[in-house]
Design a protein around this ligand. Structure first.
Ligand SMILES: [Fe+2]
Length: 328
């Protein structure tokens, strides 16, 4: 199903999982979700920060093409999900999950590289390990897992629906195509992601005033500049952004939440039509622009989606990058 070392999942911590599933299903076509109550009966060998844990949480997931989207709502006890909310001043995108067939072997390998496990457990045949990565990855938690079979869910959302299967690319309208992270030092981040986690090489672009087409920030022409680096990892593009000058949603994010996962991007071939459709549903655009034939629009979703910022894009041709990291 997956290749070793590819990103298979994005996870968001929420305070109200039902509310989030409802809005993402109704307005963004996510789902149906499989919903689990994960407690001591379902999760084997649950560990948090080196100690056995009896924390309980609600967890739901759905596939959007080749990427799984997961929601976690902590219920009882303390876990790294609570730590995330405290550290980043609210709920939001917390982890990316990398698939490994032999995940136990990888846990040992990452341990040698200086990434111990912070939280782990097993659900059926499925084993998961969150690694202590935030300090080196500029705020991103990396989970590794074997994506094995889990017991049937406790329920579905919407009720009675059957979950959509994993579907290999090409991209279809409504698929997750990218996760984006804001960082302060893009070269340092690329170095860690490439050498320690096998993500990359990265194509690096500087969005200068000359190159950035029609930049808009909160309804006004934007004069911000930034560096952007992209790498495909399985069916997901990993994006890093480092603001250079001016204010933008990236500088706002750094001020408010610090470095970390910033947005997920949903693909629409006719993205301008999609923007108009979302506008009709009440979602304004907070920032937009283009490079080459690639257009992007950040929707005003953070408040209504419990810290989740959704970007829309057409995956257009961007033209040659300024450089590749690591250099050939
Ligand atoms: Fe993006």
């Amino acid at each position: 199903m997956f290749k070793n070392g590819t990103i298979m999942q994005l996870g968001q911590v929420v305070a109200d999982i039902d509310g989030q599933m409802e809005i993402l299903h109704r307005d963004f076509g996510f789902g149906p979700f499989e919903v689990h109550i994960f407690d001591g009966r379902k999760v084997k060998d649950s560990m948090v920060r080196g100690k056995p844990s009896d924390h309980t949480y609600l967890c739901s997931s759905c596939w959007l093409g080749g990427v799984q989207f997961e929601l976690m709502q902590p219920l009882v006890g303390r876990s790294i999900y609570d730590e995330y909310v405290e550290k980043h001043n609210g709920t939001g995108l917390q982890h990316v999950k990398i698939y490994y067939n032999d995940v136990k072997k990888e846990v040992a390998e990452y341990g040698k590289k200086g990434y111990p496990v912070t939280q782990s457990g097993g659900i059926g045949e499925d084993l998961f390990y969150y690694l202590d990565t935030e300090a080196k990855t500029a705020g991103v938690t990396i989970e590794i897992g074997n994506a094995s079979s889990v017991p049937p869910p406790d329920s579905y959302f919407p009720e009675g629906a059957t979950a959509k299967p994993f579907v290999k690319r090409p991209l279809r309208d409504g698929d997750i195509m990218q996760v984006g992270q804001v960082v302060k030092d893009i070269d340092k981040a690329m170095d860690v992601f490439f050498h320690d986690f096998g993500i990359g090489p990265f194509e690096v672009f500087t969005f200068t005033k000359e190159r950035h087409i029609n930049p808009m920030v909160r309804g006004k022409p934007g004069d911000h500049t930034f560096i952007c680096a992209c790498a495909w990892c399985g069916d997901l593009q990993y994006e890093l952004m480092q603001p250079l000058t001016g204010s933008s949603v990236y500088t706002e994010f750094l001020d408010r939440r610090g470095e970390g996962l910033h947005h997920l991007k949903i693909y629409y071939k006719d993205v301008e039509k999609a923007v108009a459709d979302f506008k009709a549903k009440g979602y304004g655009v907070i920032q937009s622009g283009g490079i080459g034939n690639d257009l992007y629009f950040y929707l005003d979703t953070e408040d209504c989606c419990q810290g989740l910022l959704i970007e829309l894009g057409n995956a257009g041709e961007v033209g040659p990058s300024d450089r590749v990291y690591p250099a050939k």
